[in-house]
Design a binder for this molecule. Structure first.
Ligand SMILES: C[S@@+](CC[C@H](N)C(=O)[O-])C[C@H]1O[C@@H](n2cnc3c(N)ncnc32)[C@H](O)[C@@H]1O
Length: 527
């Protein structure tokens, strides 16, 4: 390994040239490092010299060069063309990774290319580092790059860029969760967000706020390629953000960090590629062209990338309009703790998720765990239930369908006699019209219900392999249109014929012939 002496470069911070310490000249530098990283080196140094605490507070997690290049190529492969006039902006430039990669893809002499790149960061050292990196890349003195392309300030401050627009916005904005004190924005900044974008919650993640601000800098026909936390795809509080983006810069492609966590931040990451133009009917995800989902949830895009068959959510009446759907809360769980004993002759059966199989109640046949104890036949003594939840428990003693949580497919059985007591987080679906009980059992064990839940909750599930079940998500499930086919499925559900019932339910939902969906659902079912 050969080494040579360091090279001292000045930094231009807010217009002032800060000369490098001459002592740097004497520091030996590994030649291989210089050759491998070249102009990318200043950015790496900038990240390396920040403390862990500062990185966390400002969301400084640089993007690996290969990821940056893949994102820009994806942008160019989805119909954008860059020419000798194209201007590119990075609103959270860090060490300049995105601008360097863009420089290599832009047409024109290097000095001219570098003069069309705009860098913004709240940290003056980041902006100065980027200026140095771009000058090294273009092999021009830093002073020859236009000063007003290097802006230190808060990108969410509308005055920083005014009405300036560019042809491409690229970058990896900070992911500052607003639910943690150490990264939450100030009250003034929250107020600014609420005033600037009506309907967008003041606690929306910083990265999502960046996407909104960035969308306003995109010229007609231009693109926006932004790394985002996966939660922006499906989180409820990000719905107004998705709606605004869809109306101004509709999504054209989604990049998914293939589970390898390319970033050092401990969050699942995606990148949105959007264009200020009419929305195309499909969104590209890897090699797939996925039907454009509604801004209610972009989870179906992520689900497609995980092999979940795409499905348009049928519109119409939902379960919560024809049934009471409830899962109880913590107090309902703890209110049962002193009221359960093992008794095979007992009348009221305590049902945990583990006792629920598709169309089958395993009470008495399988052990279960409740309140740190193992039971063979957990029976509820109604007189011993805590007084504050006893009305709630009694109200559950009606015919209903009980749905397990954290399973790979929705698993549910019908409690015809109303003797089962669900324990949180089991969801109880109690039909207003009892004669619909088996219909609901068929609906809740159908491939459509599982695909819809997995799709809409993608990006927010606790573990990617399982369905996130909650009373509200279950309540939003749509009813099938074809009532007579639904009755046929209800009969099969009553006979415990899970697979046949699943196939017939596809017909009831107008999705007959969707063998892909059926195969996917069967492969996830317990054997
Ligand atoms: C995730 S790093 C991205 C770095 C760069 N895009 C890259 O991939 O190498 C986020 C950057 O956002 C900057 N930042 C944090 N809050 C900001 C704000 N309100 N306005 C502009 N930049 C901000 C941080 O200083 C940090 O450099």
């Amino acid at each position: 390994m050969s080494a040579r002496s360091g090279r001292a470069e000045p930094l231009i911070i807010n217009g002032s040239v800060i000369a490098a310490d001459p002592a740097v000249q004497a520091v030996p530098v590994d030649d291989g490092l210089l050759q491998r990283w070249g102009p990318w080196l200043p950015g790496l140094v900038r990240e390396a010299v920040l403390s862990r605490e500062a990185r966390h507070r400002q969301g400084v997690y640089h993007t690996p060069p290969e990821v940056v290049r893949a994102l820009l190529l994806l942008t160019l492969n989805t119909g954008s063309s860059w020419n000798e006039q194209t201007r590119v902006l990075d609103p959270a430039v860090g060490g300049g990774a995105f601008l360097l990669a863009a420089a290599e893809l832009l047409a024109g002499p290097r000095a001219n290319v570098a003069s069309r790149l705009v860098a913004v960061d709240i940290d003056p050292l980041a902006v100065a580092t980027t200026r140095l990196a771009l000058a090294l890349w273009a092999q021009v003195p830093q002073e020859t790059l236009p000063d007003d392309n290097f802006l230190t300030g808060d990108f969410l401050d509308p005055e920083l860029l005014g009405t300036r627009q560019v042809d491409a916005v690229v970058g990896n904005p900070p992911f500052l969760s607003q639910l943690r004190g150490s990264t939450a924005r100030s009250a003034a900044a929250r107020e600014r967000i609420a005033l600037r974008w009506a309907g967008v919650g003041r606690y929306v993640d910083e990265a999502a706020a960046f996407a909104l601000a960035a969308s306003e800098c995109v010229a007609p026909g231009g693109t926006m390629t932004l790394v985002q936390p996966a939660s922006v795809l499906a989180a409820r509080d990000a719905e107004p953000v998705r709606q605004r983006l869809e109306a101004t810069v509709p999504l054209v492609a989604l990049w998914v960090d293939g589970g390898q966590r390319a970033f050092s931040a401990a969050v699942d990451t995606v990148a949105l590629v959007s264009r200020r133009a009419a929305a195309p009917p499909t969104v590209r995800v890897g090699e797939l062209a996925v039907p454009r989902p509604s801004p209610r949830s972009w989870g179906p895009l992520l689900a497609s990338s995980e092999g979940v068959p795409a499905l348009d959510r049928p519109v119409g009446v939902t379960l919560s309009e024809v049934a009471t759907v409830t899962a109880g809360f913590r107090q309902h769980y703890y209110g049962l703790v002193g009221a359960v004993r093992d008794d095979r002759q007992g009348r009221y059966q305590l049902i945990t998720s583990g006792l629920i199989d598709p169309l089958t109640n395993r009470w008495g046949a399988r052990q279960c765990r409740f309140a740190k104890q193992t039971f063979e036949a957990p029976t509820v003594d109604l007189n011993a239930v805590a007084p504050d939840v006893s009305d709630w428990v009694t109200a559950r003693l009606v015919p209903k369908v009980l749905v397990a949580s954290q399973t790979r497919v929705l698993e549910a059985f019908a409690d015809e006699t109303g003797v089962c007591v669900p324990v949180t987080p089991v969801v109880s679906v109690e039909p207003h019209d009892v004669s619909s009980l088996w219909r609901f059992a068929a609906l809740l064990t159908s491939p459509v219900a599982t695909a819809l839940l997995v799709g809409s909750a993608s990006g927010t599930a606790l573990s990617p392999g399982s369905v996130r079940v909650s009373a509200s998500l279950i309540g939003e499930l749509p009813l099938p249109n074809d009532e007579s086919v639904w009755d046929e499925a209800a009969r099969l559900a009553r006979e415990g014929k899970r697979d046949e019932c699943g196939r017939v339910m596809l017909r009831a939902y107008g999705s007959a012939g969707r063998e892909d969906l059926l195969d996917w659902w069967r492969s996830r079912n317990p054997t």
